[in-house]
Design a protein around this ligand. Structure first.
Ligand code: AMP
Ligand code: TRP
Length: 348
């Protein structure tokens, strides 16, 4: 492909909002406190400083087998959790990926500018493919669909957890490649917004601190789901693995399990890691864990309450319909411009 590197690009016309933010969450399982601390909490903050689009990426979920009824329900539930976590549909646009067909259309066009080797190198592809009996081509091209989600909206910033870093780098590479090829800024090159580990960028599994907490994990004991009952939360934290010794301090290498619990404690309570360490000098893991459970229960209680209120029929559906109405007109100009530059015949 012509000019992958180095060519200058013409800037886009200035926008009204200083910054546009895009992020997506798959409706592929029960959202965890990792999703909340690593992503959703930041979405709610960003909506005050940028024009935000938050998308339930249902097409991404189809890359692995899904039960249709569950997918339907989870799509609505993820949107409800967005709102329950503080995303205000009057400030941010909340919508479903498949409601804006431009995502799938742009994805195809971008697949034709992405190399097979780039996709086969993706760590998440290798991990997920190893776990599947049948590997679909959608699983391989998944990061291109993600690039399409982001590039379609000319997003400046993409808030995600640490696990999405490689996918975002690919989205940037694709944008630069297309811009260079046409010597024009067809796509804004997006910046990642990834919190450091101590700020929730990577919350680990409670049963295995070497694994990321994941909503699609086979064993839910290591996850705290946002909708878990207080008793489930207490039980899971009580049975969380700990490290040798009985002191409580942050040390990712030698005390990965306690460090992870401390990060959760810190983000839920607003206390610093140092404050937590001082508060538990000499008290052992038992007291720390039982206090942590209460802090987590208190953090999730208001989200769970709002979630229940949003379960009234029609409420979330109306928010999603409005979201689609706002998102689609933002997406189409980029798609049409790229189609034109590629030589595709315009609709008449
Ligand atoms: P997913 O669950 O893969 O759809 O992810 C939705 C968002 O939550 C993405 O931004 C992920 O990077 C983030 N996320 C998922 N799991 C974690 C975790 N264990 N720690 C921090 N962020 C996470
Ligand atoms: N791949 C992301 C994940 O699993 C979800 C996602 C899809 C996304 N499209 C996106 C995240 C666009 C940010 C921007 O977490």
């Amino acid at each position: 492909m012509k000019g992958d590197k180095g060519a200058r690009v013409k800037p886009l016309a200035p926008r009204i909002m200083a910054k546009r933010v895009f992020s997506g969450v798959q409706p592929s399982g029960s959202l965890t406190i990792g999703n909340y601390l690593g992503a959703l909490r930041n979405f709610a903050k960003l909506q005050h400083e940028a024009e935000c689009l938050f998308c339930v990426v249902d097409l991404h979920a189809l890359t692995v087998p899904q039960d249709p009824k569950e997918l339907h329900q989870r799509t609505l539930d993820v949107a409800r959790i967005f709102v329950a976590s503080g995303i205000d549909p009057d400030l941010a646009t909340i919508f479903v990926q498949s409601h804006v067909p431009a995502h799938a259309e742009l994805s195809w066009l971008l697949e034709c500018t992405t190399y097979d080797g780039e996709l086969r190198r993706m760590t998440q592809y290798k991990e997920k493919a190893a776990r599947q009996e049948v590997v679909t081509s959608g699983l391989l091209t998944y990061p291109v669909l993600m690039a399409a989600d982001i590039l379609l909206y000319q997003a400046d910033e993409v808030p995600v957890g640490d696990d999405q870093k490689q996918h975002l780098e690919l989205a940037r590479d694709i944008a630069v490649r297309v811009n260079n090829r046409f010597d024009e800024e067809i796509f804004k090159v997006p910046e990642p917004y990834i919190p450091p580990k101590t700020a929730g960028g990577r919350i680990m599994n409670l049963q295995d601190a070497t694994e990321k907490m994941s909503k699609s994990a086979e064993n839910p004991r290591g996850n705290i789901a946002i909708l878990d009952s207080p008793d489930e939360i207490r039980r899971k934290i009580k049975s969380a693995v700990t490290d040798s010794g009985r002191e409580i301090y942050y040390d990712e290498v030698n005390k990965p399990a306690i460090s992870n619990l401390m990060v959760i404690y810190s983000l839920c309570s607003g206390q610093s890691l140092d404050e937590i360490k001082s508060a538990y000098v000499g008290s052992g893991y038992g007291q720390f864990k039982s206090d942590l459970a209460e802090v987590v229960v208190e953090t999730l209680a208001p989200i769970q309450k709002r979630f229940t209120e949003l379960s009234e029929p029609g409420v979330i559906e109306a928010i999603l319909a409005e979201g689609r109405r706002k998102a689609e007109p933002l997406a189409l100009p980029t798609l049409r411009r790229f189609q034109d530059r590629l030589g595709l015949l315009a609709l008449s």
